[in-house]
Design a protein around this ligand. Sequence first.
Ligand code: 2OP
Length: 293
Amino acid sequence: VLIDIKDEVARGAALDIQQAAPLLNSDSIVTGTSDPQAIAGAELVVVSAGLHRKPGMDRSELLESNAAILGDIIENVAKYAPQSLLIIASNPADILTYFAWKRTAWPEKRVIGLSGVLDSARMAAFIAMETGFSISDINALVLGGHGDAMVPLPRYSCIRGIPISHFLNDEATKQIVQRTRKAGSEILGLKKNSSAYNAPAGAIYTMVEAIAKDKKRILPCISVLNGEFGYKNMAMGVPCVIGADGIEKVIEIDLNKEETTLLKRSVDSIANDLEKLDMLITPDQNIYKYLPN
Ligand code: 2OP
């Protein structure tokens, strides 16, 4: 079921998907509505509502408007689908994932944010474009916040198990890292009236499939941290085992000095936004201050 405050828009989008079902050999029934109660009993809810950036804007600039939009939505999810898992795709995704976790007071594993699957796919696409090798053999990893300070990790990226440093020199790798960080803005700058759409949709599909089929995939997702990588009371992209229970485990990988510094920079930028969120939410729902261990 698709939900939008504009009832007819939701119904139209649902009909469009329904009419694609025969072509995808799918017997799914897709409906659209503005009634939040339609999610009653849902096992998984994906929230992608909110404003998108205009060219030149930072994702953080969406915080105030999108926290306001998500406040009501999260309340309805907690009310009508209290047993569900929640995927947050709205921006700024790290902050809003944390916000959703605080608002629902659900266990950390049930609130998952979209970031690393998308950012890693972008990095993999750029590696494929640069090397000419099949995307089937390319594996990339991006951690940290879903902002310009995200941390693409060349050392953990490979082509059929062979580190990318075997194929790419430092300069080429640096360009790929930079382009990955700005990949969303690059698309926004070209399309002007819409941010990226297909790659985020594909990333959400990947996460939903891992949950629905209990695949135990290792996917970089935004998780609320409780000491992992040395951080707590905040959320950011980390490697997660994703299955039917949501984030079944956070996998802590070794980071060298440079990677640790870059992650800290990304954390600082998230912390800055969390401070703003602190001012936006009412005192009784106050977030804890972010505290590196
Ligand atoms: C992106 O990176 C919309 O944040 C999304 O394209």
